[in-house]
Design a protein around this ligand. Sequence first.
Ligand SMILES: Cc1cc2nc3c(=O)[nH]c(=O)nc-3n(C[C@H](O)[C@H](O)[C@H](O)COP(=O)(O)OP(=O)(O)OC[C@H]3O[C@@H](n4cnc5c(N)ncnc54)[C@H](O)[C@@H]3O)c2cc1C
Length: 292
Amino acid sequence: MKPAQFEYDDPQTEDEALDLLARHGDDCKVIAGGQSLVPLMNFRLARPARLIDINRIDSLSYIRREEGRLVIGAMARHTHLEHAEEVAQGWPLLTEAVGWVGHAQIRNRGTIGGSVAHADPAAELPAAFAALDAKFQLRSKRGSRTVSWDEFFVSEFTTALAPDELVAAVEVPALDPGTGTAFVEYARRHGDFALGGAAAIVKLGRDGRCERATIALLSAGPAPVRAKAAEQQLRGAKLDDSSIRAASAEAVRGLRPTSDLHGSTEYRIGLLRTMTERALTKAAQRAASSTS
Ligand SMILES: Cc1cc2nc3c(=O)[nH]c(=O)nc-3n(C[C@H](O)[C@H](O)[C@H](O)COP(=O)(O)OP(=O)(O)OC[C@H]3O[C@@H](n4cnc5c(N)ncnc54)[C@H](O)[C@@H]3O)c2cc1C
C-alpha cells in the first residue's frame, strides 16, 4: 500500500518546527524515525495532510548528563541509547530495555521521542521510563512544560501532547548507588512486541532488606502500569522467593490486559506475574552484588 497524498516540510531548527506545528496543528503529524507512522500511513490508518520531518533538527539529537540526571533529546535513536556507555553505567535499565525494541534496523531509525509520543502499551521504553519516574519536556510556540510520565501517558496511543506540541526531551533521575535494575519480557518471536514484560528497580538497605522497590509493567493495560501496592509491600521486606512471589501476585491484582489471538487475559496475567518475579529476582541479585 502507498500512503494518501500529503504535504511535506523539513524544518532545520526547532523554532521552524514549532512555527509549522502552530500553523498546521491538527492537520499535520511530526515524523521522526517513521517506524510506526509510515506503516500506519501505508495502511491508511493515518492520513495526515502534512508531515513535519524533524530529522534535520540536530539540536534534538543528544544524550547527556545534566546535574546528575540523564537527558535524552527526542531525536536520539534507539541505537544511540543502546550503545551509550554513560547510560549503561548509570541507567542500565534503559540499556536492557532498548535491546528488546524490534530489530537492529528498527533501532537504527526509531527515536526516543517517537517511542514515547506513539505510546504503544506494549512498547519497552514507556514502561522503563515509568519505572524510572521520568519526565517529558514538551515545547510549543506557546511555551514549554515538563510533565511526569503518569501525566503524559493517557491511554493506548494517546498522550497529553497537544496538536501543536513537540516532545523535546526525556529527563531521567539518577539512581542511588547500590540499586539493582532489570527488564524482562516475553514475545512469541525475537523482535515482536511483548505479550507481557516487567521493569524492576530494587535498592537494598545496610541490613540487606529492601529499602525501595519499583515495578512497571508493559502490555498490562492501556498505558504503562506502576504496581504501587506491590512496591509498598516490598518496602522493609527481605527479598526472597516467598516475598517476591507474593509481591508479584499483588502486582497483577486487578489488571485486565487485552485478550486477543496471541493470548487470553488470564494467560497474560499469569505471564505478567512471572515476568515480575523474574525482574524482581534479577534486580535484587544485582543490587546485592553492587553493595557487597
Ligand atoms: C517491525 C517493527 C517492529 C517493532 N518492534 C517494536 C518493539 O518491539 N518495541 C517498540 O517499542 N517499538 C517497536 N517498533 C516501533 C519502533 O520502536 C518505533 O521506532 C517507535 O515506536 C516510534 O519511533 P519513531 O521515531 O519511528 O516515530 P515515528 O514513527 O516517526 O512517529 C510515531 C508517532 O510519534 C509522533 N512523534 C514522533 N516524534 C515526535 C516528537 N518528537 N514530538 C511529538 N510527536 C512525535 C509522530 O507524529 C507519530 O504519531 C517496531 C516497529 C517495526 C516497524
